[in-house]
Ligand binder design. Sequence first.
Ligand code: SF4
Length: 157
Amino acid sequence: MKFSVSAVSDYDFCPHLFFLKHIKKVRRYTQKMRQGFEAHKGADEVWTRLEVAGAQINGRADFVKEDRIVELKISNPVFWRSHTMQASLYAHSLSKKIIDIEYRNLGLNLIGRPVEMSRIQETVERLKEDTAKMGFQPNKRSCYFCGYKQFCQYQQY
Ligand code: SF4
């Protein structure tokens, strides 16, 4: 089974968000996303591949430094959970010990250690199980921050 890094990160934020974006292919374009495409033009874009829980997780890291992964964001830290998962998947793939999430529009960096492999493994195992039965539960605690609520029957706010 293969997943993208963004698919695993979206699943970690909310399984139903994964369903909307990666199964139903609902697409949403915002001004912030257009700014993000522009901002990424100078990125290193290093391809990554991680084997975990019998699945292959493929992605593209923004910047790879000697000791860290730097993930560039134009959005804001309310999405820290999925951003942290995303940067951690790159970090484990490239054997880096530090993740550095740069919120360029805010002049803010969140720096820390990658999420433990055990949590990544548990997340990917749940993702595989849900994909096999095509059942994706909503994580309603994330609804307030979710950019896809207009497409979602479960949204709470
Ligand atoms: S609105 Fe809530 S339940 Fe729906 S996808 Fe977003 S976080 Fe998940």
